[in-house]
Design a protein around this ligand. Structure first.
Ligand SMILES: [Zn+2]
Length: 294
């Protein structure tokens, strides 16, 4: 009996060792250049994938420059996820610095682009994840990349992706129900940078950005005056600060029009504590928009 007990203990430790070894061997190392793709990689990868989020919550992706430490993380990864459409202006430098082994997966590449005007030029709008439909496409892209890079765990990635797609369907239904309480003539969004174009397209909003596409430039006083005019003409109820913006111009507009400042919106990525998954981020934004405008 005692011997049997020992044998069982030995067997148990051996099992733990084997499981540990096999998961270490199967692990896919993923680096991610957006909090959105970091969350997606975790949802699809489960415990087969180690995700290194290079751009963390609260970092402005428009202004980001990789450090030597980031370059090393990218060089050590099997796959590097990026959102694309011009968001990662440093990409070719990073690819070169990291060397040839990491495979870059441009998650947004095949998602149809909206265009936006920046300083008189038409550019691709990089904020595609504000459309749940686009996020479904991104889910398929990431699942396929994981399955190709780590075929041994393909069925697990496939299963996780299906479950996540179902979760996105549920999110979409929740958004439609929530927005049903907001009449179409109230669907006017004034935000401090033009990040919600895909959201506006999906849910019939008109956007009046205080800034252009990038967070780098300050709005001209002429532009601020135009926005004040729009708010007064259209009877807009609220304007929205963003989580990583200097809200000075937005505050000035609020003061001059009496429109109230709605809760902060997540525009360029996920939150640190609240809104720290894609699902929670979208629910936060939709609730803030509905509460502000109704
Ligand atoms: Zn942005």
């Amino acid at each position: 009996m005692k011997l049997f007990c020992h044998f069982r203990k030995l067997l148990a430790s051996l099992m733990i060792l084997l499981v540990g070894m096999s998961s270490t061997r199967a692990d896919l190392r993923v680096a991610s250049l957006s909090t959105v793709t970091t969350d997606l990689a975790k949802q699809i990868g489960g415990n087969h994938v180690n995700v290194e989020g290079i751009i963390k919550a609260g970092i402005d992706p428009h202004e980001f420059e990789p450090t030597p430490g980031d370059v090393k993380k990218v060089a050590d990864a099997n796959l590097v996820l990026l959102t694309g459409k011009g968001m990662e202006g440093y990409l070719s430098k990073l690819e070169e610095a990291a060397g040839g082994s990491a495979k870059f997966v441009n998650v947004g590449k095949d998602i149809p682009s909206l265009t936006m005007t920046e300083q008189g030029k038409k550019v691709e709008d990089p904020h595609w994840w504000h459309s749940v439909e686009n996020m479904k496409g991104a889910t398929r892209v990431v699942a396929e990349a994981f399955e190709k890079a780590d075929p041994a765990n393909a069925s697990s990635y496939d299963k996780n992706a299906s479950a996540y797609l179902a979760k996105l369907d549920e999110l979409e239904r929740w958004i439609r129900v929530k927005l049903a309480s907001l009449p179409h003539d109230r669907r006017k969004l004034i935000t401090s940078h033009d990040a919600l174009g895909y959201f506006a397209r999906d849910y019939d909003f008109t956007i009046y950005p205080v800034k252009g596409v990038s967070t780098a430039e300050d709005p001209s006083s002429q532009h601020v005056k135009e926005i004040i005019g729009v708010i007064k003409d259209q009877g807009v109820k609220a304007i929205f600060f963003e989580t990583i913006e200097n809200p000075r111009a937005v505050q000035q507009i609020a003061d001059e029009t009496g429109a109230k400042a709605g809760a902060s919106l997540y525009s360029d990525g996920l939150g640190e504590a609240e809104g720290n998954t894609y699902d929670l981020m979208m629910r936060h934004n939709v609730s803030a928009i509905v509460n502000g405008l109704k």
